[in-house]
Design a protein around this ligand. Structure first.
Ligand SMILES: [Zn+2]
Length: 243
């Protein structure tokens, strides 16, 4: 269809250019009156012929430009809308998709940094860390996808983030243990220490079941807390469960 139209316009231009001075193109378009006028006046003394030639040529050029766009099919990767050749040199998305995606990218990056600050400040329950981590990892996946579409460098590597999160979780557990130990030393309240460490163990077991992907780092923590508990059991002869 496209080629047909293009060759039609090309032949129309050639006919106008070669035989237009005696009005052939007008006769072919069934404009008999104009054809006779062109025939009698030599294409309106050459002026009518020249104007028709230029018009026909412009028509042909415009057609070829459109054809080029259609043929090479430079289209927005998101919405499929055609994008101009010059825009396509540096972008794979149309203007509106790109600005929309940029906004989403910024929003996700802000969400990510807000949650990171939150996790850094600390949560009362261990499970809150892992819930936040899941959201953070999801954010990073989305940021990576969007960065790829926007041809940007993604802000974080997922593996790096995962390592940082594992470390943050380990820190959170360690600080819970040392806080419990400090408090018990100040108050010399061993019962309280034991109940806090028992609660911590239970929390860790809950975390392990809800977030099995953290099993590998949680299991040694549980062992560590249990070991600490056993030490206190042994070092406290007044405890009834001391055999
Ligand atoms: Zn688009």
């Amino acid at each position: 269809m496209q080629d047909h139209t293009r060759s039609e316009r090309l032949s129309s231009f050639l006919i106008t250019f070669l035989f237009g001075w005696f009005g052939l193109h007008r006769f072919l378009r069934r404009e008999i009156g104009m054809g006779i006028l062109y025939l009698c006046t030599g294409g309106l003394f050459g002026i009518g012929w020249m104007v028709d030639c230029v018009r026909s040529l412009l028509c042909l050029i415009r057609e070829e430009e459109e054809g080029e766009d259609l043929d090479s099919a430079i289209r927005c990767r998101r919405c499929g809308r055609r994008i101009s050749f010059s825009h396509a040199q540096q972008h794979t998305l149309c203007h509106s998709c790109e600005s929309q995606l940029n906004q989403e990218y910024t929003r996700t990056a802000q969400h990510f940094s807000r949650l990171t600050e939150e996790a850094q400040a600390g949560y009362p329950h261990l499970e809150d860390y892992l819930r936040t981590f899941a959201v953070l990892l999801n954010d990073v996946d989305r940021l990576e996808e969007m960065a790829d579409e926007l041809q940007k460098t993604p802000p974080f590597q997922k593996a790096e983030l995962q390592r940082a999160l594992d470390q943050r979780f380990t820190e959170a557990v360690s600080s819970r243990i040392s806080m419990a130990l400090e408090k018990s030393q100040i108050n010399s309240d061993l019962d309280r220490l034991k109940s806090e460490l028992t609660a911590l163990t239970e929390e860790l077991i809950d975390c392990k079941y809800r977030y099995p992907q953290y099993t590998a780092i949680i299991t040694p923590m549980i062992d560590q807390v249990k070991k600490t508990l056993r030490q206190f059991d042994r070092s406290n002869p007044n405890q009834e469960n001391q055999g």
